[in-house]
Write a protein that binds this ligand. Structure first.
Ligand SMILES: [Zn+2]
Length: 457
């Protein structure tokens, strides 16, 4: 995902760079029950879907508006539009000048931001409970009254282009995932990433962007999630007051191409201004929420979560081929990729690391996972679910994802069981099905030798 004001979790390589979370020691998986979350749901006549969870632990509320539009909705020649639009939503309306939205939130002691993924654009605020009506008014105002002037459009376009340079073009390995996606996908729009291309951003006009707003920023394509300290009846009345007058948009037609199965390995070699060689392997895998997604998420934990994980142990600790090596799935609305990624130590070639990875994947394909190792991975997932219950924002993130992308808000209560019921046979089955060379795209990065400097800038 890419995010407007900061990028703690948004660089395409961030998945690999975030330090591994501490794993709990083994016992307890399947025995701990998360407390039930009561969800109150309302759908307004204009199609706006509302999901509410009361939590009175602290006098704050997290408000999120999910627009079901992301980079996969961008047509040819429009890459980067969804993210550009995320920026424009902060640039003023018929009622408010540029930046006044965030000023209201910050002056009340709150925080706000937004991010864009392949599938959705999400705007959020955390505010004191007493400010909830203001946050709702502000979100309703920019859903209806956005002021897209030529000036704000051109200004944000430059901001986004600069963001692209800083975070992707001028970062070591910054465009490797972009190259991987462009080769792993042939027709599905995941073949381009949310940041888009400079050429398309340059070609965009204010008129194109207005059409994008009129098509996708409509109540029937939006979900409002609020989690925190409010009372349902009062909040619902405020929501109706501000959002019900907004007219529904035309039904949205989506024509998203289906990616055909990959029939053979694809290899791309890059020479770049980096100090150390690297590689990334992308295996096609099914969408989030499908039965195979759960064993695949657990496989990623087994392979690379923590220092006892298989990839870390083999490549970094024992053989010392890699400085860093990890795996991770990008679980999205449509089928996406499972990655294995590594930055090598000086003197090693990508092929050496790739052979070790293949041997580890072959183990998963041919031998059932020991029960204790699976249980440890399940405990780690359970730990993540538990930690996520501690903040209104992460609860709202999960509820938004479950509602908009997985189409089932009740997964907030039921999804953890899907992880805990995975068996060693499930892991073996998905490894055999997806972790095979003919389903893989490989990008190798070699230092071009032009730079004497280290990997960071
Ligand atoms: Zn941005």
């Amino acid at each position: 995902m890419i995010s407007r004001q900061h990028w703690t979790d948004c660089s395409p390589l961030a998945w690999f760079l975030i330090p591994a979370l501490l794993a709990l020691p083994a016992p307890l998986a399947g025995r701990v029950r998360l407390p039930h979350t009561q969800i109150d749901q309302v759908v307004l006549a204009n199609g706006l879907r509302v999901e509410m969870v009361e939590n009175h632990d602290a006098p704050v509320v997290n408000v999120q508006v999910w627009y079901h539009v992301g980079s996969k909705d961008e047509g040819a020649g429009q890459t980067g539009f969804a993210h550009l639009f995320e920026h424009l939503m902060f640039d003023g309306t018929r009622n408010l000048g540029p930046d006044e939205f965030s000023n209201y939130i910050v002056r009340s002691g709150g925080l706000d931001n937004a991010y864009t993924t392949e599938d959705a654009t999400v705007f959020w605020e955390t505010v004191p409970s007493s400010t909830l009506p203001v946050a709702l008014w502000l979100e309703a105002d920019r859903m209806r009254n956005l002021d897209i002037s030529d000036r704000s459009f051109k200004n944000e376009r430059e901001v986004v282009k600069e963001e692209r340079r800083e975070r992707f073009d001028n970062q070591p390995y910054g465009n490797v995932l972009e190259v991987l996606y462009a080769h792993a996908f042939t027709v599905h729009p995941y073949r381009h990433t949310p940041i888009g291309s400079m050429e398309d951003l340059d070609r965009a006009s204010a008129g194109d962007v207005r059409r994008f707003y009129d098509t996708y920023y409509v109540p029937n394509n939006a979900t409002l999630v609020i989690v925190g300290d409010f009372v349902k009846a009062g909040a619902e009345a405020e929501i109706r007051k501000y959002f019900a007058p907004i007219a529904a948009g035309a039904p949205i037609e989506r024509h998203i191409a289906v990616e055909p199965p990959q029939a053979g390995q694809r290899i791309v070699k890059l020479q770049q201004d980096v100090a150390l060689p690297a590689f990334v392997e992308g295996f096609h895998m099914p969408a989030d929420g499908t039965p195979d997604a759960y064993p695949l998420r657990l496989a990623a934990v087994v392979l690379s979560e923590g220092e006892s994980s298989r990839i870390y142990r083999r490549l970094v600790y024992e053989k010392q081929i890699a400085l860093q090596a990890e795996s991770s799935g990008n679980f999205t609305e449509d089928p996406n990729l499972f990655f294995v990624f590594g930055v090598l130590n000086a003197g090693y070639a990508p092929a050496q690391a790739e052979a070790e990875i293949e041997s580890l994947l072959a183990d998963l394909r041919s031998q059932p996972l020991p029960a204790a190792e699976l249980e440890k991975a399940q405990n780690e997932i359970l730990r993540e679910f538990t930690v996520d219950r501690q903040s209104n924002q992460s609860r709202a993130d999960e509820l938004g994802q479950d509602t908009v992308i997985l189409k089932d808000p009740e997964l907030v209560n039921t999804e953890v069981e899907r992880f805990l019921s995975v068996t060693p046979a499930d892991i073996e089955r998905v490894a055999r099905k997806y972790f095979v060379p003919e389903n893989m795209t490989l990008v190798e990065v070699y230092p071009d030798g032009k730079s004497g400097r280290g990997g960071g800038r």
